[in-house]
Write a protein that binds this ligand. Structure first.
Ligand code: GLV
Ligand code: MG
Length: 325
């Protein structure tokens, strides 16, 4: 281990994160009773400019009136380049900040963006005498944000998670696609021809670098990395595959832009019984090995060593976190 110890952010289950437009209050109650770990009530891109003031009112009322117990509740404010953002923060936090767990800041480009919102939130919390401390979720979804991801991740003790916003990221990097997430038939590798002249195409994952980069910045700062939206809500298999790739890279969860995606995310980002059983067997085998003075042994014909203990503990701890809610 380094002499620098990474402190983990407030632990929360974040397997599924449901997006609910602030302009659609009819969905709020259902979201609060549903299976999503985190719900973010949106004031940003799912809300048309003329609807923003009413969406703000809807969200403030819902935070105060709806029973959100058992859920983590967040509000996505507008970007710092808009004139909506200051009022989002001031109105929502002043009138319902004691009911709010997290604020989601979109299109974060620099550490100073986080600092600015932190300053506002801190003043309001102090003025109102709130006991809770609102955490931050930061969407990395621009080239600038990705370039500065390390400083952004370290910008505030309020930071809890980084999210990959694939749609805005594609727009910002001028990627040749109009899909929201998922693979692309133009991002393929063509194999050399075999003896019969046949060639295969292998699909690649064009989002691999961005997600992996965000995972590293998150984990190095004790934050949760979370994969963002998958727009094709009629493609559960595609959603599951994207979630699996993100989970294997280290993400803790994924957005659900439709209720049908919640269960899929909860399933993919929970260790399966088989995985938990294997992790427990690794821990047992390593305990025995250490008692016998060995650092590495074979289990099922494969090498395991002291690093395997840490890998297995990640899974076992996640299972415990899920079991205790
Ligand atoms: C999310 O905000 C995205 O742009 O994908
Ligand atoms: Mg976005």
């Amino acid at each position: 281990m380094s002499f620098t110890i990474v402190e983990e952010a407030t632990p929360r289950l974040n397997r599924s994160e449901l997006a609910v437009p602030g302009s659609s209050p009819k969905f709020f109650e259902k979201a609060a009773k549903g299976e999503a770990d985190v719900i973010f009530l949106d004031l940003e891109d799912a809300v048309a400019p003329d609807d923003k003031p009413q969406a703000r009112e809807n969200i403030i009322q819902a935070l105060n009136d709806i029973d959100w117990s058992g859920k983590t509740v967040s509000v996505r404010i507008n970007g710092l380049d808009t004139h909506y953002m200051y009022r989002d923060v001031v109105d929502v936090v002043e009138r319902a900040g004691d009911k709010l767990d997290l604020i989601m800041i979109p299109k974060v480009g620099t550490a100073a963006d986080v600092y600015a919102v932190d300053m506002l939130v801190t003043q309001i919390e102090q003025a109102k005498g709130f006991k809770n401390k609102i955490g931050f979720e930061l969407i990395i979804e621009t080239a600038l944000g990705m370039m500065n991801v390390d400083e952004i991740a370290a910008a505030s003790p309020r930071n809890e998670s980084l999210h990959f916003g694939v749609a805005d990221y594609a727009a910002s990097t001028k990627a040749k696609t109009t899909n929201i997430g998922g693979p692309n038939p133009n991002y393929v590798v063509l194999t050399d021809a075999d003896e019969a002249g046949n060639r295969d195409t292998h699909w690649g994952d064009m989002w691999h670098y961005a997600i992996a980069r965000m995972v590293v910045a998150s984990r190095a700062n004790g934050l949760r990395p979370v994969d963002g939206p998958f727009g094709d809500f009629s493609d559960p298999d595609g959603y599951r595959a994207q979630s699996s790739r993100a989970s294997v890279l280290g993400c803790e969860g994924k957005w659900a832009i439709h209720p049908s995606q919640i269960g899929l995310a909860n399933e993919v980002f929970s260790p399966s019984e088989k995985e938990i059983e294997k992790a427990k067997r690794i821990l047992e085998a390593m305990e025995k090995a250490q008692k016998e003075g060995q650092g590495a042994v074979a289990l099922d014909g494969k090498l395991i060593d002291i690093a395997s203990i840490k890998q297995a503990e990640v899974l076992v701890k996640k299972a415990e976190q899920i079991a205790t809610g």
